[in-house]
Design a protein around this ligand. Structure first.
Ligand code: FO1
Length: 310
């Protein structure tokens, strides 16, 4: 079975890792959000691409999910001692990634080319593609501070400001990266991973042609909200601040125009009754992924669910 999975953030990276253990590499394309990307210290930082690649390469920081394992922080300490910005925690090994990416881009490589080169170096076999080679930047509108850049909202202000909306600057002109639409067309099904709908999945679906291409395929989403709360990150808080009751059905409603299947966590089994009337097939599995075995099992549960939406 050929799968295209849309993902961003730690939850998406974990499911992508599970899928990479359950599928032959040529049957899996991982399309990654780049709306979190930003220029910092003169470098292009691509958090979701790096979180996916580090996770698939088995070198991600197991505590945070982002950044590298076995890190040291000498460069950041030196930057801090010189009065430079240290609010965005960049470890020494991680800085190597950003330095090399920025060097390759300055030489004229596209982000896709850099990413596939990194995947070769990290021995990552499935196809990992940034959603676009053009810059798309998620802007977060807040009540107190107006519009903030994503990392300013997410890291510097620790997701505290009340959000009023999002804008994906550049999305309207950003062509999907080479291979993105082809992978969606060639897929037997598309999976929306348990990523933040607002700032990890919506930027991908906002790119010209992607939402319609995805809508023409069988689509299954895995809920990023369990028992009304997000496993990690501000998705539930964002739903609340935007006037929605944070719940798994709220995510199914958010994507009802393209969804054929929706996967809840077992604790939310009873909520299936709110989703089936939308014409969406529902299943409940253990969706918390605390180990590689959890990731693989959830991936296999999702793959075994797919035939019911074909
Ligand atoms: N998230 C934080 O909450 N604090 C950080 O200092 C931080 C640093 C960081 C460095 C590299 C990287 O790839 C990701 C990093 N993240 C950090 C996560 C980042 O904000 C992502 O955008 C989120 O994971 C959401 O996708």
């Amino acid at each position: 079975m050929k799968i295209a999975v849309l993902c961003g953030g730690v939850g998406g990276a974990k499911l992508a890792d599970g899928l990479s253990r359950a599928l032959p590499p040529e049957n899996l394309t991982i399309i990654v959000n780049t709306g979190d990307d930003f220029e910092h210290l003169g470098l292009l930082i691509c958090p979701d691409l790096d979180t996916v690649c580090y996770t698939l390469a088995g070198i991600a920081n197991p505590e945070t999910g982002w950044g590298r394992a076995d890190e040291s922080w000498n460069a950041l300490a030196a930057i801090d001692s010189l009065g430079g910005p240290s609010w965005f925690r960049l470890g020494d090994r991680d800085l190597g990634t950003h330095l090399e990416r920025t060097r390759c881009l300055a030489q004229g490589q596209t982000l896709s080319q850099v990413t596939s080169g990194f995947c070769r170096s990290w021995n990552i076999l499935p196809n990992v593609i940034p959603m676009s080679d053009r810059a798309v930047r998620t802007m977060v509108s807040t009540e107190a501070y107006g519009e903030l850049t994503f990392q300013d909202y997410f890291v510097r202000r620790r997701c505290e400001p009340k959000v009023t909306g999002f804008r994906f600057s550049g999305a309207e002109h950003a062509l999907p990266a080479p291979g993105t639409l082809e992978a969606i067309e060639a897929a037997d099904a598309v999976i929306l991973s348990p990523s933040n709908p607002w700032v990890s999945l919506d930027p991908i679906l906002a790119l010209p042609g992607i939402r319609s291409a995805v809508g023409r395929k069988p689509v299954a989403a895995v809920s990023s909200i369990i028992g009304g709360k997000t496993v990690k990150g501000p998705a539930a808080k964002m739903f609340q601040e935007l006037g929605f009751e944070p719940s798994a059905p709220a995510i199914a409603l958010h994507y009802r125009d393209i969804l054929d299947g929706f996967i809840l966590d077992q604790v939310d089994l009873a909520l299936g009754g709110d989703i089936r009337p939308l014409g969406i097939q529902v299943a409940a599995f253990q969706t918390l992924m605390n180990s590689p075995a959890d990731r693989r099992r959830l991936a296999e549960d999702v793959l075994n669910f797919i035939p019911s939406i074909l």
